[in-house]
Design a protein around this ligand. Sequence first.
Ligand code: ADP
Ligand code: MG
Length: 545
Amino acid sequence: MAPIRVLPPTVAARIAAGEVITRPLSVVRELVDNALDAGARHIDIELSQGGYDLIAVHDDGGGICSADCQLLGIRHATSKLPLDAVLEISTLGFRGEALASIFAVADVEIRTRVSDEALGTRVTREAEMPIQRAPIARRTGTSVEVKRLFRRMPVRRNSADPASEQRLILRWVTTCALVNPAVGFTLRNDDRVLFSSRPAAFQEALENAWGASVAQRLLPFGPLLCGDVQFDGVISGPSTHRSRRDQVVVSVNGRMCSVPELSQALERVWREHLPRGRYPYLVLRICAPPAAIDVNIHPSKDVVAMSAVSGLAALVERELHAVLGRALYQPADTVRLVLRDSSLDGHSASEATAGYETGTGWGQRIVEAGSLPRLRIVGQVDDTLIVCETANGALLIDQHRAHERVIFERLRDRSQQRFAPPIPLHLSGHALRLVEERNDELNDAGWIIELCPPHSAILHACPVGFEPGDLIGILEHAGTESNAPFLAAVACHNAIRKRQPLTVDAAEALLAALTLTTNPTTCPHGQPIILQLDHRFLERQFVWR
Ligand code: ADP
Ligand code: MG
């Protein structure tokens, strides 16, 4: 082995820089953050070869004065933290690391001027040469050009995939424009414009990023206050979702980031409102006093810790449940309603069933007051869907899912009936094992069961609306669906089925209960309960206008 020696500063810098600047996207992020911190209104980003050959960021922000230019490229040189700072950070950068790191892994040219100096400064560093500085003429603002990134890091250079890097950068810039609507962005790759926006209001930024048809269907929420933290934003309704999380955008004080406890609350919202594995479009903007956040817990600065985050997470979760619960499903514009001959087959048969015989009075019943609009119950289709009229058109309501929702909320709210004296249960060995395994979940749902080994169990309480004997069926059902959330599985098992004729009384009772739930539009598995055929949709489909 060679003797120990201290690495020359250039090599040490390159090693440290490798952690900060891992790919072209990291350069873009750091340079755009700097431009935003400098108060830019317009930021232009140019790439060549996905950023591997060139990344240039031009801004019209405050610039860097010539005295400060002496320090550019030196590690931990920053204007953003006062010397005695307790880490109270209100800028995107604060470590004074980005430029020094970029200097270590690429050729760099910075041209900058502040408004109260006549001349600007050019700072260049090529290959391993010393940093050069020279006065230049230019307008106020800063341009940073980064060339031949990772020239001396063959592994990174060789694993370069310019096309995919360009896609990632495009996605990041698009999101950044959403979080900073007051700033205009352009992104070009080899002279082709990939994205452009002008300084605008939030709504325009949404349309620009996600297209008009998504933007028009977004549901706004907030601003709401949780202590001295404020939040607001938009979320797509339950019929608009994606297979990836990449349009779930959370920002804290203008920084795109994730906040661990909040992410978990958001996941719970998706689980209840969206089909499994689907994610919404969301922008959640949080404004917090700098003292309440810690942006320094992760090298990439994109995980943020917040004090009193549980209260905030709970409020965000409640608000999103409420907003999504009020949203009705809209069929997509492209839906074609096709009436197949076969759908008429069962017509006469179902008319002969008991439900229809006793079901006089369809069309007369009104359900109102609750989370749904005032409804007139028109009838039942396929013994599966309840058809209603509202002031805004027609609703098709899936009776099974509606009932699931009603039962689910009853279980969740733990309304309980107690038995005095308690009721002995005769359970099989298998059922007893299931009670033992899932006793906590059963407890949460309102069943209080005392096990008296080896054979018997005693039931002290069960949720309102259930009979003691229901337990057996529930255990069997839960036993087979061990991954499904328990309450949703129980609700599903006990709900009225599809293809079950209802009397008008039953339909009315079901809808009256549904409209009292907090989220009448999505079943506990995240599937739609209600499809709305509103006037606009009908007009378009029939070409009435
Ligand atoms: P940090 O952003 O953490 O302070 P950087 O290495 O990114 O560290 O930048 C160092 C300093 O250079 C910043 O603190 C800022 O004063 C200055 N600077 C960098 N980019 C710009 C810019 N686009 N406009 C104005 N000042 C800039
Ligand atoms: Mg910075």
